[in-house]
Design a binder for this molecule. Structure first.
Ligand SMILES: O=C(O)c1ccccc1N[C@@H]1O[C@H](COP(=O)(O)O)[C@@H](O)[C@H]1O
Length: 213
């Protein structure tokens, strides 16, 4: 089965359409004001309306409160919540509040020991997202084009289905899929010309590389 891809941090109709036309299985909208990809709630409905229901609208959050989740889910008709820096107890509360929405807690990886953080999410998550850990002082917990050593996943017994992100681009995603066996990959800055500026050609090239993997 070929891998599929999520294109994250989409904020314009043209780049969203490129992700859809290129065969993305998921499209991501970031709801985190410090991010250059932040999507204002009032812009979400018109973008979400462009997405066929077979493509999963994914909201990206950093330890969100219920008010933000309520508003973003309604505005973007989200099918998946990607949860950065969200503790297992909070993910459990989100699970209870939104039983019909898929949850992807994020495990930030720099060392093999970091993977242990995946286990408490097992009963709560549809998938676990492994992303590169950003520096402590970084403004963002993701979306910085950093990758981790994919060999850290060798032999790891994944407690749930999972996906891979962190520093992927059209040039390395085939190698990443071959090295890790990921069946779903996620990219943001690797399909941009500058932070927050997505590029339709880079999106197409990334999705083609995933298809050919
Ligand atoms: O993209 C962002 O701005 C962002 C902000 C806050 C949390 C996560 C964010 N993006 C996610 O980070 C990873 C890796 O991105 P990249 O490809 O290395 O740039 C990805 O899962 C994005 O969804």
């Amino acid at each position: 089965m070929p891998a599929t891809a999520k294109i994250c941090g989409l904020t314009t109709p043209a780049t969203l359409d490129a992700a859809i036309a290129g065969g993305a299985s998921h499209v991501g909208f970031v709801f985190f004001p410090p991010s250059p990809r932040h999507l204002a709630l009032d812009r979400a409905p018109s973008l979400a309306a462009r997405v066929p229901d077979r493509i999963h609208r994914t909201g990206v959050f950093v330890d969100p409160d219920d008010a933000l989740l309520d508003a973003a889910i309604a505005a973007a008709r989200l099918a998946v919540l990607q949860l950065h820096k969200t503790a297992p107890a909070r993910v459990a509360a989100i699970r209870t509040r939104f039983p019909a929405i898929a949850l992807w807690p994020v495990v930030a990886v720099r060392t093999r020991a970091d993977l242990d953080a995946a286990r408490p999410f097992a009963p709560l998550a549809e998938r676990i997202l492994y992303d590169a850990k950003t520096p402590d002082a970084a403004a963002l917990p993701g979306g910085m084009g950093l990758r981790f050593d994919w060999r850290l996943l060798d032999g790891f017994v994944h407690p749930r289905p999972w996906l891979l992100s962190g520093g992927l681009d059209a040039g390395n995603v085939g190698e990443a899929i071959a090295a890790t066996g990921a069946d779903l990959v996620d990219v943001s800055s690797g399909v941009e010309t500058a932070p927050g500026i997505k590029d339709v050609d880079k999106i197409a090239a990334f999705l083609k590389a995933v298809r050919l993997s």
